[in-house]
Write a protein that binds this ligand. Sequence first.
Ligand code: ADP
Ligand code: MG
Length: 359
Amino acid sequence: MADRIRVAVVYGGRSSEHGISVVSAGSILGALDPEKYDVVPVGITRAGRWVLTDADPASLQIAGRTLPEVEKGTSVVLSTDPSTSALVSIEPGSLAEVLESVDVVFPVLHGRYGEDGTIQGLLELAGVPYVGPGVFASAAAIDKEFTKRLLRDAGLEVGQFAVVHRGRPFSAVDVQHLGLPVFVKPARAGSSLGITRVTDWADLPDALEVAFGHDSKVLIEAAVVGREIECGVLEDSDGRPIASLPAEIRLLSGHDWYDFEAKYLDDACEFDIPPDLPADVIARVQDTACRAFAALDCAGLSRVDFFVTPDGQVVVNEINTLPGFTPISMFPRMWAASGVDYPTLVDRLIASALRRGSE
Ligand SMILES: Nc1ncnc2c1ncn2[C@@H]1O[C@H](COP(=O)(O)OP(=O)(O)O)[C@@H](O)[C@H]1O
Ligand SMILES: [Mg+2]
């Protein structure tokens, strides 16, 4: 099995979505064919330490309401010397030791320091091909302000918004034209963390406070009235974007919007793949997903999230460049419904990373 592809699955990390990342990694590790891949599981602790783990996929699952965490393992760093592309053991008290080089990295990381261009920059320096978009697209897509600006410039529909920076002057009067309710959200977070739906201007200061707990930049967005639709994008073997069947997320009673609990912990939503929408609207969602992917210069994969208004407008909400990969995550489910099962999906992502790496 000498010619197996050595793939480092990097997961966990310093973001608030650490636990979700660990669950995603558990599924990916379980789906990588050992005949084909020599898998090196690399966890990143919440403090940012990289550790080689034994990563039994069974331990990387949600237990009740508790998300798993990266804890122990041999400390390693990735060498930024592109002639080796190796993991180097830096266990305290031992000499540094160069471990095997890796062929490709699958960063199964969500949010800050994972999906935002920072690790992509490290991987560029190290000269290792990696799954997913590059530095620019990752940094642009994690930032809900710049995502909207780039999409708008490409002629795509986005909602109205205002930007507030911590410590800079801000007057609530300047945002009241957005109308109530507004969504107050950290510019660069995910999993609905730090987001408040504000229905009374008196609650705006508290909502800003919550969002500023996650980021120094916050968006205040006009609420878009519409159905929540998501669409997966992959690349074909020539690097052109292709869209999955979209999905609709329908919230069951008790939830006004798609918050953290609804996403991961409760049986709060139902999913329709494809959504019950006219064929031309579905086609527009798929076309817009591919155009959004191209507008941000994405590569490999992305999940594009929309609101589809009652009059059929397709409004882009956000782009996730490393979307959730848990067994219940939308991205793998939409692809499964489109005829690409989970192991095939993982294979295609690694193949497209290697293809880009060889260009
Ligand atoms: N402008 C908006 N109008 C209506 N609902 C919104 C708006 N912004 C966010 N939401 C609701 O909040 C959820 C999370 O917001 P989103 O911007 O997707 O952040 P995250 O990156 O955390 O997923 C959305 O799925 C939707 O239910
Ligand atoms: Mg979202």
